[in-house]
Design a protein around this ligand. Structure first.
Ligand code: NAD
Length: 426
């Protein structure tokens, strides 16, 4: 069936994340022999909202920003997904990210659907008060669409705890009472969960431990390269180093560092915090972002952004295990090459699901008004990630497919079954 969003004349572009997601969806649906009616429904997002928000800038002028919220699916519960600020945000990216949230929540079996939001802006060139006004107006425009039972936003690239605090406050002002469960990823002091900040990185550590166990790799002798030093990559690097892994490569937008005897992750992150660049860091060899992805290592963790491993460089990737911290770092075209090289893939919809899992815990705690210790959060996270890892591997064996396809099949199977159980109100 033709992609509903692409007219026949348009050529599928490898770097379009929505196309990448749809190619995998179609393949997984075909392998599952999905009911044709459910297939038809799951190919479309439930709702897409595009809106234009005027914001008073510090110089006294107004600027109008383009904003999106895509609510992909509600079959298993309220939609869930982050909000991204950036100059390259576009509807196809937000659509893909929203769908990935649906599949991700289903892979780890938590009761959420999927959504994602974004605003086209240059957050680094905006003052905190401009960002606050932008965030509040974005939230106000979405009042009828978000809420603890409807759609629960969270941070993503270039948004953080502060942005979530402004969103929660704006929603609460209109509701006339405090509604903590409207967003997750809030500061702990106002309803955030302990362990949320580290959750995505910790989830990555858990699945890497499971993959190493599968291949009898000893963490102490396992060399890891991580692209991205933010909330996902930076935290994963720290936690993995503490676990004994040797972090031989780290990269951010400003460049890449390599040290075959192991980088001191704390010192790299400290340097980045101070200098905002990896340039000038002395205890490592410097290379480009492209080169670091191709270095010999046991585990490669792309934890920055989409389309980093494509048909152009997949052939030169040398890791044993590819654990995807970012959403969509590997294109559908690269999948086949990676699979032929016998690289074990922990797909994004499993590998980075630790974040949404602890977001689910945050939402649960907000609704109970009772808060767990960090140890409780981490132990529940481990339980869920280890189970999901096992579920994906069982699907691999059952259907004789690679781990990426197995992850999609597991997710689609769950969403399709729940859609069937609820029935279609038509
Ligand atoms: P972040 O903004 O905290 O950090 C992003 C990092 O990637 C920065 O170090 C930045 O310099 C680097 N980067 C960006 N573009 C790059 C490029 N082209 N080459 C090299 N480095 C680049 O963002 P984050 O929250 O860590 O998110 C990273 C990825 O993980 C995104 O794909 C996001 O959707 C995904 N993700 C995030 C979470 C979460 O809880 N934050 C959860 C699941 C998935």
């Amino acid at each position: 069936m033709a992609n509903p969003f692409v007219d026949d004349a348009k050529i599928i572009r490898e770097d379009n994340p929505f196309e990448s997601m749809m190619q995998r969806f179609d393949e997984a649906a075909a392998r599952l022999h999905l009911d044709p009616n459910i297939y038809k429904i799951l190919r479309w997002p439930n709702r897409e909202i595009t809106f234009y928000i005027p914001v008073l800038m510090d110089d006294g002028n107004y600027q109008v920003f383009t904003a999106y919220r895509v609510q992909h699916n509600f079959a298993r519960g309220p939609a869930k997904g982050g909000v991204r600020y950036g100059p390259d945000v576009c509807l196809d990216e937000v659509r893909a990210l929203a769908a990935w949230m649906t599949w991700k929540c289903a892979v780890v079996n938590i009761p959420f659907g999927g959504a994602k939001g974004g605003i086209i802006c240059e957050p680094r060139q905006m003052s905190p008060s401009e960002l606050e006004r932008l965030t509040r107006r974005y939230t106000a425009e979405l009042l009828d669409f978000i809420g603890p039972e409807r759609d629960v936003p969270a941070p993503d690239m270039n948004t953080n705890e502060q942005v979530m605090a402004w969103m929660m406050d704006t929603y609460s002002m209109h509701a006339r009472h405090t509604v903590t469960a409207v967003v997750t990823g809030k500061p702990v002091e106002i309803g955030g969960s302990l362990g949320r900040r580290e959750a995505t990185g910790r989830g990555l550590l858990i699945v890497c431990n499971e993959a190493c166990r599968k291949y009898n790799l000893d963490p102490e002798r396992t060399r890891v390269v991580i692209q991205g030093c933010g909330n996902v990559g930076g935290v994963a690097a720290l936690l993995m180093m503490q676990e004994g892994y040797k972090i031989v490569g780290m990269a951010d937008l400003t460049g890449a560092l390599y040290n075959k005897t192991g980088l001191d992750v704390k010192s790299v992150l400290g340097y980045l915090k101070e200098h905002k660049t990896v340039e000038g860091y002395v205890e490592a060899e410097h290379m480009t972002n492209e080169e670091i992805l191709e270095m010999d290592c046991d585990i490669l963790i792309p934890a920055a952004t989409e389309n980093q491993i494509t048909s152009h460089n997949a052939d030169r990737i040398k890791c044993r295990i590819l654990a995807e911290g970012a959403n969509g770092p590997t294109t559908a075209e690269a999948d086949e090459i990676i699979s032929e090289k016998n690289i074990y893939v922990v797909a994004d919809i499993l590998a980075n699901a630790g974040g949404v899992t602890v977001s689910y815990f945050e939402w649960v705690q907000n609704r109970m008004g009772f808060y767990w210790t960090e140890a409780e959060v981490n132990s529940r996270l481990k339980h869920i990630m280890v189970n999901a890892f096992g579920d994906v591997n069982r699907f691999c064996e059952k259907y004789k497919v690679n781990t990426r396809l197995a992850s999609y099949m597991l997710a689609i199977d769950r969403v399709a079954y729940d859609t069937h159980l609820r029935g279609i109100y038509a």
